[in-house]
Design a protein around this ligand. Structure first.
Ligand SMILES: CC(C)(COP(=O)(O)OP(=O)(O)OC[C@H]1O[C@@H](n2cnc3c(N)ncnc32)[C@H](O)[C@@H]1OP(=O)(O)O)[C@@H](O)C(=O)NCCC(=O)NCCS
Length: 166
């Protein structure tokens, strides 16, 4: 398995990993309409292609690739001079807990450290038991809750903000 910056040939793999990763992670947390809208808006071939070709305002997509197949994808970037953020991190759902997420996180962290990051933030959906234990195991500390709005005005989703010091 290798970890590297994404290339055009990885686009459909990123779309697949993020689509399946989102469905598996949030199927019991978000309503289906909202979940499928998020997938359609954020993980389309068109959008990922653009982001791979010219990432703007972040470090772009990083992939874990095995035998040419994308098995994990993530991305992050700086949010101010000394703070960075992990924006996205998903694996092929059948490949969790093998250390792949840790390797992707390390690669993104190295990119951020080289740009001056001293602290690293992430938002995780409240009750996401497929994500929270991972970040806590990697040294992230819970800070506060944040309200996200769903597609209907009565839909409120709560994210938890975590930080770790680098
Ligand atoms: C989060 C995710 C990317 C982590 O990648 P991964 O390859 O599964 O994680 P790793 O195998 O590298 O590391 C797992 C670590 O978390 C810990 N961990 C994982 N699940 C755990 C659980 N349920 N309880 C306690 N610890 C847990 C492991 O003990 C391990 O720590 P250790 O190496 O110190 O023992 C992956 O599991 C995933 O795709 N989850 C679903 C999507 C998601 O929630 N993404 C984050 C959105 S913000």
């Amino acid at each position: 398995m290798i970890i590297r910056k994404a290339e055009l040939r990885d686009v459909s793999g990123i779309v697949w990993v993020c689509t399946e990763g989102n469905r598996q992670t949030y199927k019991d947390l978000y309503d289906t309409y909202y979940l499928e809208k998020v997938i359609k808006d954020f993980y389309s071939i068109e959008r990922i292609t653009k982001e791979v070709l010219s990432p703007e305002g972040w470090d772009g997509w990083i992939v874990a690739v095995e035998d040419g197949k994308v098995i994990g994808a993530g991305g992050g970037g700086m949010i101010d001079a000394t703070s960075s953020e992990i924006y996205v991190l998903y694996l092929d759902p059948s490949r969790r807990n093998e250390g792949i997420g840790t390797k992707l996180l390390e690669y993104m962290t190295d990119l951020q450290l080289s740009q001056g990051a001293r602290e690293q933030w992430v938002s995780v959906a409240k009750d996401n038991q497929k994500g929270i234990p991972f970040y806590e195991a990697r040294g992230f500390l819970y800070q506060f809750e944040k309200l996200d709005h769903g597609t209907k005005k009565e839909d409120h989703y709560v994210s938890l903000r975590y930080v770790r010091y680098l």
